[in-house]
Structures are given as C-alpha cells and as structure tokens.
Design a protein around this ligand. Sequence first.
Ligand code: PLP
Length: 398
Amino acid sequence: MPFESDIERELLALRSSGLDRRPRVLGSSQLPEVLVEGRKVIGLCSNNYLGLADHPDLVTAASHALRGFGVGAAASRQVSGTMDIHLQAEQRLTRFVGLEACVLFSSGYAANTGALQALAGRSDVLFSDSLNHASIIDGCRLSRARVQVYRHRDPEHLQALLSQHRSGSSRALVISESVFSMDGDTAPLSELRDLCDRFDAALYVDEAHALGVLGPRGQGLCALLQVRPDVLVGTLGKAFGSAGGFVAASANTVEIIRNKARSYFFSTAPPPLQAALALAAADLVESSDDRRARVLGHAARMRSALGEMGYETPAGSTPIIPVLVRERDAVMRLSSSLLEKRVFVQGIRPPSVPIGTSRLRLTPIASHEDIHITRAIDAFRSALPDYLSLRKRQRNRL
Ligand SMILES: *Cc1c(COP(=O)(O)O)cnc(C)c1O
C-alpha cells in the first residue's frame, strides 16, 4: 500500500477507536482562568502548581537573558554550547536539591531517557514501578538493560524481584517517581532506600511533580522524608514554570551522564534564557511557602468536596486529584460537559493510564482564588447526575 494511503488507514482506525488526540487551544497565558476556544474558563489541568508560568520575576529574568546572551546556544554543550549561565544554573539547582552535582537537559523527557541510557547497559538490571512515566520507560528501553517491573508502590514485590534478579548483573537501579503524575500518590521512598541498601542497588527518583510543591523550601519528597537518592531527576516545566529538565547525583555520576547521555551529547544546549529561568525560578520556588500552602489547601478542599459528593477520588496529599471515570468515552464527555460549565479539566485515557482507569486529572494552582475553587466545585456538582448514572451502569454490568 502506498505510504500516504497506509497512514490514512491508520489514522482512520485511530479515530474510530476514539483514542485520537487533538488538544484544546489556549488563547491566553497559563492564568488561573484561561481562554479556551474564545471563552474564559477556570484552568484545572496544568502542572503550573505554584502559578509561576507567567510570574513577572521570571519574565524579567528571561528578557535580561535575551539581551545578554541572545536566543540560541548554537551547539551541543560539549561542542561550544556551554555558556557560563548554564553552569550557574547547574550550580544553583545542585544547591536546591542538596546533592553534589547536576546537569541540565532540554526537558525532563530528555533527562530521563539520557540518564538511564547513560547509567545502565546490557549487563545491568533496572527495577521500575509499573506506573512510571513514559520517559522512564523509554530510558529503560534505550539502556538495553534487563527491566523488571514491580507492582505500583509495592516494596514487597520489589524485594521479591530483587532477590530473584539482582545477582548476576553488575549495576542495579530502582526507579520510581516520587509523586506519580497521573495518580498523585507518593512512593514509599524510605522502604525503597532500605531495599536498595540491602541489595546493592542505586535509588533513582523522578521528582517532576514534587519539586517546588513538597518538602522544606519545595525541595521535594526525598527531602521531606529525608531519603537520600543516588540520582534525582527534576523538570523545570512544572512548578518551576518554564521548560527544561535536570539530573542531580554525585559528581562522578553526573560526569558519566555528561559523557554518555545521547540526549545531552547530540542535542543543542538549552537556550541561555532557559538557564536564566532556572536560576530565577529556584529563588522564587524556595521562598514560596505561601504558594505551596495555597495549592495544597485548594487541593485538599477539592478532594474532600468531590469525594463527599460521590466522585471516586482516591485519597492523597498532593495537588494531583484523579477523578476515576474508567471508560474512555465517558471521560471525554464529562470533560466536555465541564468545559460547557466553564471548567477546563482534561480527560486522561490510555496509553497515558492503564486500560479501564480513564480519569479526569484535576490540578489546582496557587494563583487560583478561593472563588475559582468554589465555582469549580459547583460545576462538578451540576455534572454529578451524569457521573452517578454512569457509575450505576458500570456496577450493573459487573
Ligand atoms: C512531565 C514528566 C516528565 C517530563 O518532563 P518534561 O520537562 O515535561 O519533559 C518526566 N517525568 C515525569 C514523572 C513527568 O511527569
């Protein structure tokens, strides 16, 4: 079949399965209320947890950097793309997370794929939580190491797999998100650390959704639980408000990553303004206890209000609130009906989450006012009859 016809056949199949994706287009910056298709609606689906994505300090830092350094780094870091501001940003982020060294990437996705590919190879074994992010899964694949997937947040299963598969490999890494991106639950990091110590494995923690939000000065879940990770991955695209990723670890580990990670080595360095934004955001994030209290307060209020109404919202202590709908078409219908009521929440379907667990994923941000949360809760109240009748149909089918 000719290429274009074959592509068309695939696209039609995708559309008829109801899993094709077309994003809603925003006509505004990531404010508490965003313009969606020309209407002002409450935005409840960004990862802009602290509300920094349009913060004036960051806008100023970026415009200074533009004037001082231009728009492009013009080469990969190893060739001629390393500017002093990249190094300053790395030192600042190192201090932020409290480890020995750190290396910037263009994104958190590039950080995970690069670091895992650099740190593990054919003779190594990786133990990965079953709900880890796609960038971790892809990094595991790129490494060509053996991969053992343990049940979500299950140290006993991890222990069984370590007993069975640790020996016979040179390196072992246990890989987990600290706050899981689609469920908002947290990893049992102390138990993972103990198992790593017992089985001579390194602990690799992706703090994408915890940095800035949890822990003293927003240092993340490792800092909150006082667990030392061997490798810590962060993104600058969520609470930090802009874009970019980084990996922090010992100085030696970071040097290996700089020498081997292909997404670092063979890719143009992040633009200097990205480094300037990392520097400025680190200061803002550290001094944002008030913002952390606000976003966590909003989340607690929404979670309990929705739970009391009858929505299935698993317990949690992070700003990520899943509302389980289970069926992928129903979740998109609920999302559209909430948008009609001026609340923008995205439906999350496979392959982002396992089949049968489609959900709305709500994330308030620190810059929401209490009235925004009240209006969002009201919208959910008026969407409740549809949700409850759907759940009844689901129960009757069982
Ligand atoms: C978002 C995310 C990433 C990717 O970070 P980007 O900077 O958006 O590329 C990595 N890991 C987890 C757990 C994430 O949620």
